[in-house]
Design a binder for this molecule. Structure first.
Ligand code: FAD
Length: 341
């Protein structure tokens, strides 16, 4: 299809890609399904979930229980485990055949991997790493994402190409609880166009040393440059709070924490009930990734550190003294009690 062939009027409905691996759905899919309802309420279109995988009936039912008007299902062994070629080819086929106006994909490794394979041949407009979405009165997707090092939020609009696609950061929207009784949509099986013979698959196994997903953590203790390479006080605090360890980019760059634990614009977006920032200054790029946390506690020896502007509780002091003191306090008390105070 050339660019001039695209008639935007032919495209309708808001699609959300529901990413599953062996029956486990990536939480970002449910976050997107919930947020996409705000779009369909404005455009009056249908909310459509697309599921690609093997034996995914249960996933389709779960998408209906979370409010999808229709669930398109491509069910075949060729889709398990995930490979970019069959996914990309199948996704592109369904998109070209059914012409959605908007397609939202979680910005996971998988989503980022195949979104471009769909967008480029379909002449779609793809905005990556989006943190806010809306539609205007003409149904144009307003995809917002940080730009210029995070100093501004750019709104990207795709007027002449369809579908309007976006990969969206995990953790920026909240998923609602499913309600199976309210499920009123339909499941539609789509033609599987991928042939196993046309694909090559090789399973590589490797040990993953630090595969934690901090975006799912309820409690986080995050370390910054202030810890000066000594994580012990923060680790003890994390253990006392039953919290995951996270880090600023400075701490990751120093090699004190794994990149998977980085919070912020170029790391993960987190929204735990409790976020304890230990020796973190509170640069805008860091705050962007943790600003939706429930209770924020900052420990910093600089009373003017910007992190205090984002904290519910602040302790001005040396983290090497404050962390052990908090651990001692926690050992005498129920952590739940501390979190909810
Ligand atoms: P610093 O800014 O050096 O702060 C250390 C803090 O520790 C200071 O406030 C200091 O007072 C305090 N301190 C020192 N010693 C002690 C002590 N003994 N006790 C208590 N407190 C102490 N940053 C991120 O975190 N995440 C991102 O995703 C990210 N993305 C970026 C993207 C771009 C394009 C750019 C340009 C930057 C990005 N940054 C990101 C970097 C960001 O701008 C900051 O440089 C970084 O967050 C600083 O990390 P920090 O707070 O650990 O270190």
């Amino acid at each position: 299809m050339s660019e001039s062939d695209i008639d935007v009027e032919e495209y309708e409905d808001v699609w959300v890609f529901v990413e599953e691996h062996a029956g486990d759905v990536m939480p970002v899919s449910w976050e997107l399904l919930e947020e996409a309802k705000n779009l369909t309420e404005k455009t009056g279109e249908d909310l459509v979930a697309l599921v690609i995988g093997e034996d995914v009936d249960d996933v389709a039912e779960r998408a209906l229980a979370r409010g999808a008007d229709r669930v398109l299902v491509a069910d075949d062994p060729v889709f398990e485990p995930y490979r970019a070629d069959p996914y990309g080819e199948q996704f592109r086929h369904v998109v070209e055949a059914r012409k959605p106006s908007i397609v939202l994909i979680g910005g996971t490794h998988t989503g980022r991997d195949f979104a471009g394979r769909v967008a480029v041949p379909a002449h779609a407009g793809l905005t990556a790493d989006v943190t806010e979405i809306d539609v205007d009165e003409d149904g144009l997707l307003q995809a917002r994402r940080p730009a210029f090092g995070g100093d501004v939020l750019a709104t990207i609009v795709c007027e002449e190409h369809r579908p309007q696609m976006a990969t969206i950061r995990p953790g920026v929207f909240e998923a609602a609880e499913p309600d199976p009784d309210a499920a009123s949509g339909e499941v539609v099986a789509v033609e599987v166009v991928v042939d196993e013979e046309g694909t090559v698959s090789e399973v590589l196994e490797r040990e993953v040393g630090d595969a934690v997903d901090i975006s799912e953590a309820d409690r986080i203790v995050a370390v910054g440059r202030g810890v000066e390479g000594d994580l012990e006080p923060a680790l003890a605090l994390a253990e006392a709070l039953d919290a995951e360890l996270a880090a600023s980019r400075a701490a990751v760059d120093e090699g004190w924490a794994d990149g998977a634990r980085q919070v912020g614009q170029t790391g993960k977006t987190v929204r735990p009930d409790l976020y304890v920032a230990v020796g973190i200054s509170g640069a805008i790029q860091h705050v962007e990734g943790m600003n939706d946390s429930g209770t924020v506690v900052a420990i910093n020896d600089d009373p003017n550190a910007p992190i205090f502007e984002h904290a519910d509780y602040g302790v001005v002091g040396d983290l090497f003294e404050v962390c052990p003191a908090l651990v001692e306090l926690l050992e005498e008390r129920d952590p739940q009690e501390v979190v909810h105070q």
